[in-house]
Design a protein around this ligand. Structure first.
Ligand code: GLC
Length: 728
């Protein structure tokens, strides 16, 4: 029997204000590993906290928990909750299932680099199935924040700089998660990625022009895809804490976009309205957040929402509690709130999930450079595999993972050995210590399985040995980048350099004369100026997940061709930031490439860039128009002797109108698999939705009668183009 939402009224009628406020309260429930460091930033007492939460369950004053992933623990806590309130209202369990629960997929920026909504949806459907199977009902994902400053560590969690790509990725993730059985919760509304100086949690100041045209579209796409939840952002947006913004959560999200799910604050973000110097105390903080439209408070402890009774009307409590109770009803929790623990184990062990993770990693890698066709490699001769990240299972998974199976994680070294160990001589040397960043990560309390150097690791001797191994090999594969705790939340950086002596190691390896392949393990663009000049082959493998090493070997040895494309502009140096491809023409565009006197103002690699083992030709572009819609068609041929996939991209420029418009903007893309020697005619339509933009002069959406340029190609530097005019 499905719980009719009409019965929510009956429930509400029988609830006290304290019980309603309890439904609006979500607690962290930490069962940290024995000996885990208390989390200083959160003032967490790892012993007391679970007891306090269980007491709240017993009083019927908690509506949801997060950070519980064990099905038997979930059932135990669910029984406590159901018994703890006279109405038998069950808990909603939420968690950060960002790129997988047990089967870990490539990090989100890598999935975005596939430019493939199908594999993105497939991956999040697997994540959703695994999450629901253990009893998690709701994921705090996708993170859809546009990021244009790679110093900001959370660039790794999103889909990069572009609103069109970001919107497509956001919708695909929401479809995937919700088809897997969990509520998707796009976050962090809104504008979080524009943190001042790239410093996570710092204020954001964005014009309406930037919000409507760049930062909001992925959220709107997620809402239109049916997301059941939205999460607030920590920071001040234009002087108002996002978590207390009535404009964001009532006027835009609900009244303009028609969102009918529920809103949750970010962790402690309601209590922190006092810290922001916005609310005078917890009662006011709670009242202002709940009045703004924030249905549920995510709290470490001592929730502000406990003060709601007496601080707000019963009508406000009912409005907010209804949203939460309806979400529980839609999930069927009133019919059966418990999880089948046997089914959980079966689902987590499903081999099809690992197959999907390997395919996702294959499609995410971006071939940045391949001079002289060094790649793909032969599975013969002698191969040196260098750099500690090549053999670090924990780093291969990337950040924002908690419930992984380290033993089944395939590193780059594992993958190369499995693929070529019987036909080639594979020698590994780390060359440098497993680096750690200079201050503890907020996630170190979960930092189990952080890689460690063997006892007595002699850095100088190991460096020399790595160079000797390289000199003796037919080819050197060097894996460099950032350790996984150097990026992500609260992991901003003031530079983009390769940490530690990694560049020094790379230079020494190249100096041996052995042909060198650089594999980059990263989540942000790094300073690869030297490598882009001196290393013939560079493949960005990101943090490729549970099956990452197997996929990397598939790509290295040519079983499959790389097909990923950059979801952001890759700067030469941190001094160029922010740098985007979709800038306006502005003043004296002829010297756009030399705006600095000390450095080019062009990217190292452009947005949408990615090479292939195929050889693609674009020809015969045609444009047909009817009823204000332009249909652009182009022939794409693969002139190589092997199959390869290509992401065909369409860019649009409006030559004149009632605002200065970007030199070009992504307005279409399609991923094609082209057998050797084959071709395909690709069609794109450009309708009003592609031409409409928010205009700061009239402060509204406009469509200009204008002449438009279009280009179609394999990156944002596409040259094959045409024009068309719209007269009204
Ligand atoms: C974190 C993050 C948010 C996450 C939440 C729960 O601080 O900002 O993205 O979902 O807390 O872990």
């Amino acid at each position: 029997m499905t719980y009719e939402s009409g019965k929510v009224d009956e429930l509400l009628a029988g609830m006290s204000p304290a019980e309603k406020a309890g439904q609006l309260t979500q607690y962290f429930y930490f069962r940290l590993p024995p000996g885990a460091e208390t989390e200083p930033a959160l003032g967490l007492d790892v012993a007391e906290q679970p007891r306090a939460v269980e007491a709240a369950l017993g009083r019927g004053e908690a509506g949801s928990l997060l950070f519980v992933t064990d099905p038997s623990e979930i059932n135990r806590l669910q029984r406590l909750a159901v018994a703890g309130n006279p109405h038998g209202v069950p808990l909603l369990f939420g968690f950060d299932v960002i790129h997988g629960l047990r089967t870990i997929f490539p990090v989100p920026i890598a999935m975005a680099a596939s430019w493939d909504p199908e594999i993105i949806e497939r991956g999040q459907a697997v994540a959703g199935r695994e999450a629901r199977a253990v009893g998690i009902h709701w994921t705090f994902a996708p993170m859809v924040d546009i990021a244009r400053d790679p110093r900001w560590g959370r660039i790794i969690e999103g889909a990069g700089e572009d609103p069109f790509l970001g919107a497509a990725v956001a919708a695909a993730q929401v479809r995937g998660f919700q088809s897997g059985g969990v509520i998707a919760g796009p976050k962090h509304f809104g504008g979080y990625g524009a943190a001042l100086g790239g410093r996570d949690y710092d204020e954001v100041n964005l014009s309406d022009h930037e919000l409507w045209n760049t930062y909001f579209p992925p959220f709107r796409a997620a809402v239109e895809a049916g997301a059941g939840n939205v999460m607030t952002a920590y920071m001040d947006l234009n002087g108002i804490p996002a978590t207390a913004s009535h404009w964001l959560f009532t006027e835009v999200l609900r009244e303009l976009w028609g969102f009918d799910g529920f809103v949750v604050s970010d962790a402690n973000a309601v209590r922190n309205l006092v810290t922001h110097g916005y609310a005078r105390d917890l009662a006011e903080a709670g009242a202002r957040a709940v009045t703004a439209g924030v249905d549920m408070e995510m709290a470490i402890g001592d929730p502000a929402y406990a003060h709601l009774p007496g601080a707000v009307s019963e009508e406000v409590l009912d409005t907010r509690a209804r949203k939460v109770l309806e979400a529980k009803a839609r999930l069927g929790l009133f019919d059966d709130p418990y999880v089948d623990e046997d089914r959980a184990r079966e689902t987590l062990a499903d081999p099809a999930h690992r197959v999907a993770a390997r395919e996702a990693a294959r499609r995410s890698a971006v071939l940045l450079r391949n001079e002289g066709g060094l790649l793909p490699l032969a599975k013969s001769g002698s191969v040196a595999v260098l750099g500690p990240l090549a053999d670090s299972r924990r780093d291969t998974l990337g950040p924002w993972v908690f419930d992984f199976d380290l033993d089944e994680t395939v590193t780059v070294l594992d993958g190369i050995r499995d693929a070529a160990g019987n036909t080639a001589t594979i020698t590994y040397a780390p060359g440098i210590p497993v680096g750690q960043r200079t201050f503890p990560s907020m996630f170190d309390m979960f930092g189990r399985n952080a890689p460690a150097d063997p006892e007595g690791f002699d850095a100088e001797a190991e460096f020399a040995r790595a160079v000797e191994v390289a000199a003796a090999a037919d080819v050197a594969v060097v894996v460099l980048g950032e350790w996984q705790n150097m990026i992500g939340e609260a992991a901003s950086r003031s530079s983009l350099e390769l940490p530690g002596r990694q560049l020094e190691l790379l230079q020494a390896v190249v100096a041996t004369g052995t042909p060198t392949v650089l594999l980059v393990m990263n989540g942000r663009p790094l300073d690869l100026r030297w490598a882009a000049e001196h290393v013939p082959a560079i493949l960005d493998i990101w943090y490729p997940g549970t099956q990452g090493g197997a996929a990397v070997a598939d790509l290295l040895f040519g079983d499959v061709s790389p097909s990923g494309k950059l979801p952001f502009t890759w700067p030469r140096t941190v001094g160029q930031i922010p740098m985007i491809y979709s800038h306006t023409v502005s003043h004296e565009p002829d010297n756009q490439a030399r705006r600095y006197w000390d450095e080019e103002s062009t990217p190292l690699f452009p947005f949408g860039h990615g090479l292939s083992y195929g050889r693609f030709a674009y020809r015969d572009l045609t444009i047909e128009q009817a009823d204000g819609v332009a249909t652009v068609a182009v022939e794409v041929a693969n002139e190589a002797e092997r199959e390869a996939a290509e992401v065909v991209q369409l860019y649009l420029h409006q030559r004149h109108g009632t605002a200065s418009r970007p030199v070009r903007e992504l307005k279409g893309f399609q991923r094609l698999v082209l057998p050797a020697g084959s071709s395909h005619r690709v069609e794109f339509t450009i309708g009003e939705e592609h031409r409409r933009y928010w205009n700061a002069a009239v402060r509204d959406w406009v469509l200009d009668a204008a002449t438009f340029d279009v280009w179609v190609g394999g990156s944002s530097t596409a040259e094959l183009g045409g024009t068309f005019s719209i007269d009204k």
